[in-house]
Design a protein around this ligand. Structure first.
Ligand code: B12
Ligand code: SF4
Length: 558
């Protein structure tokens, strides 16, 4: 029988930011009278706090969100520790990885009682009705569970929940701070209309549904933003939609304008908010660029993925190279910073293609980027392809594969010993530069003025110098892709890369620190209604170590 005050569910998962999966599920549980408790789990350091919470809250259910396949083993270790500490309640796992690998997961992880596949709101609410209770799980949608007679797979729902009806995700008590601003992430849709990319599991995640993706209404999104804006003073919002843009430029333009209008009706001052989004290059034209700029979008993670026709085809991106070449310029012309990733390594990658990608990055030196390999995740077309072609290596759940072209495979091996060597500062540098660019453009929007412009110019200069260095190292690595490369040559590249990355990283941190100090000063000015023209004041410039640029900021408001 259900306890009078609902049951306690401990929700665990990565909280690099507020984990929207756990927080949507938590909101639904609370709506149904239960007690969700959310705790971050990102690695072994967090296990002691979780064990303490299990002792304190005595949860009836522990729900584990495993979105990232690369972290699956860490979650399995957590379950073992929780069980070893004597927890005898129900443990359910869900998220992208368990959704596809439920059979293997339940057969190898005895501590996990069930897997909730696909979207989890209804599954958890229905599970909570039966545990502790009659224990009859046969009507819990999307659930796969162990019984004395074997594993039982319940039918799965084929519809998206009504996204406007779902309660807003639970939020942390105090707003998070990112890029020097109060920050929240949110989603305005679920699923993806393209749903085909080689390395992506989102198509499979929603494949059995009657539609590929579902949208929230602009009003619902605006209400959530309005609440966060008013109640928590949040000014920086990141949309985590797989595709913030829709199928066509016209639809996208209309959607963005509708969102802007709904925000104004909600009383959100759109001149005092900033947005970050993800977009595909094929749905960016001048009208979309203008609409995004009017909304206050400052940064776009642009899904370039590969800057060659052959690469785009191999990755099943459904985008023409012309769109990839056109989109960054359009967005930049509308005042947004573009960041991107290049999957230069994939099963059919060629050296020619890699050269085309390097050339693209050289043509866009001011844009922070990263490069890497298309990794195998369960549910993706890539997972099926490498298995069918006998290219798969390694062990579940961390599959590896060999690429068809030997030169490329050798290059990748050098990449693992240099750019991706454990402890290499390269990944931190690239992530930090991407964040720095978003920081600079957020600053320009929310604290406009000559110092903000000057810091943004310094940021762009740093990114261009760092990119030039990284691309030189990438070409250096390319030259090591031949046979019989002496280990000393790889070590030399590694030292060069490490030293350079450390120098640029130090510069990046200094600049980021100056931006944060300007934001703090800017908020003080704004609180007293002082015009940001003060950004030209020599004392402020001195404090920030900045030379102001000539003219006033984009907008000077009281
Ligand atoms: C936001 C996000 C991030 C954030 C993380 C935020 C956080 N949680 O701390 C950041 C930017 C840090 C990030 C990083 C990475 N990410 Co990411 N990320 C996303 C993204 C875009 C949105 C997730 C989200 O919030 N969705 C909204 C919520 C409401 O939906 P949901 O997550 O699907 O949750 C629902 C269901 O999955 C289910 N569910 C989830 N948990 C549970 C638990 C139970 C018990 C049940 C029953 C159900 C259930 O119910 C939820 C509600 O309906 C997804 C793509 C996507 N569309 O999901 C990729 C995605 C999850 N990321 C992915 C990847 C690969 C990564 C990286 C490895 C990338 C990289 N190379 O560095 C890193 C790993 C980071 C790490 N910590 O190790 C892949 C995961 C694939 C896989 N199976 O491994 C995805 C699916 C992207 C993709 N298209 O491939 N990511
Ligand atoms: S990578 Fe993006 S565009 Fe491609 S299928 Fe996944 S969500 Fe859709």
């Amino acid at each position: 029988m259900m306890p009078k005050h609902g049951i306690t569910v401990l929700l665990l998962g990565a909280e690099d930011e507020e984990n929207l999966a756990l927080r949507y599920i938590g909101a639904c549980l609370r709506q149904h009278g239960h007690n969700p408790v959310i705790l971050p789990f990102g690695g072994p350091d967090e296990i002691p706090a979780i064990l303490r919470a299990v002792r304190e809250h005595k949860p009836h259910i522990i729900a584990l969100s495993i979105a990232f396949q690369c972290r699956a083993n860490g979650h399995f270790d957590l379950v073992e520790r929780v069980r070893a500490a004597g927890y005898a309640g129900h443990i359910v796992a869900g998220g992208h990885f368990p959704t596809f690998e439920y059979a293997k997961l339940l057969s190898t992880q005895k501590g996990i009682d069930s897997v909730g596949r696909f979207e989890g709101e209804e599954t958890l609410v229905r599970l909570a009705e039966h545990i502790p209770g009659d224990g009859d799980l046969s009507h819990v949608p999307n659930l796969v569970y162990r019984t004395a007679h074997g594993v039982v797979e319940n039918p799965c729902t084929t519809r998206f929940p009504d996204l406007d009806e779902l309660p807003f995700p639970l939020r942390t008590r105090r707003a998070q701070v990112r890029l020097g601003e109060k920050f929240a992430s949110l989603v305005a849709s679920r699923g993806c209309w393209h749903a085909s990319c080689l390395y992506c599991c989102i198509g499979a995640f929603h494949r059995d549904k009657t539609q590929r993706f579902a949208l929230r209404s602009a009003e619902s999104v605006a209400r959530e933003i309005g609440m966060l804006y008013r109640d928590k003073g949040i000014r920086l919002f990141q949309f985590h939609d797989d595709n913030f843009v829709l199928r066509t430029c016209e639809e996208t333009g209309r959607r963005v304008q509708a969102l802007g209008a709904a925000l104004r009706r909600e009383g959100v001052d759109v001149d005092r908010t900033a947005f970050l989004i993800k977009a595909r290059p094929d749905v960016v034209d001048v009208a979309v660029g203008r609409a995004l700029a009017e909304l206050g979008c400052v940064g776009v993670f642009l899904g370039i993925e590969n800057a060659s026709s052959t690469g785009l085809r191999a990755l099943i991106r459904g985008t023409e190279i012309e769109a990839v070449q056109r989109a960054p310029g359009i967005l930049a012309a509308h005042g947004m910073v573009v960041t991107y990733n290049l999957l230069i390594f994939h099963p059919r990658a060629t050296m020619r293609e890699i050269d085309q990608n390097i050339a693209f990055a050289r043509q866009h030196l001011a844009l922070p980027f990263d490069f890497g390999r298309a990794e195998i995740v369960a549910g993706s077309p890539l997972a099926r392809q490498v298995e069918a072609r006998g290219m798969r290596r390694g062990e579940w759940p961390h599959w590896d594969y060999v690429m068809a072209e030997e030169d490329v495979q050798r290059l990748f091996a050098v990449n693992r010993r240099t750019f991706r060597r454990q402890g290499s500062p390269y990944p931190t540098l690239m992530h930090s530069l991407i964040a720095l660019a978003y920081h600079a453009f957020t600053l320009k929007r929310l604290h406009p003025g000559p110092v903000a412009d000057s810091l943004a110019a310094a940021c762009m200069d740093l990114i261009a110098r760092s990119n030039t260095f990284v691309l030189d190292c990438l070409e250096h690595m390319r030259d090591l892709a031949g046979q019989n490369v002496p280990p000393e040559a790889v070590d030399t590249l590694d030292r060069r890369l490490t030293d350079g990355c450390r120098t640029f990283l130090a510069e990046c941190f200094r600049l980021s620190d100056r931006m944060t100090r300007l934001q703090i000063a800017g908020r003080v000015f704004q609180a007293f209604g002082v015009k940001p023209v003060l950004q030209r004041h020599p004392l402020l410039c001195k404090a920030l170590g900045t030379q102001p640029l000539g003219g006033p900021g984009r907008k000077e408001r009281a």
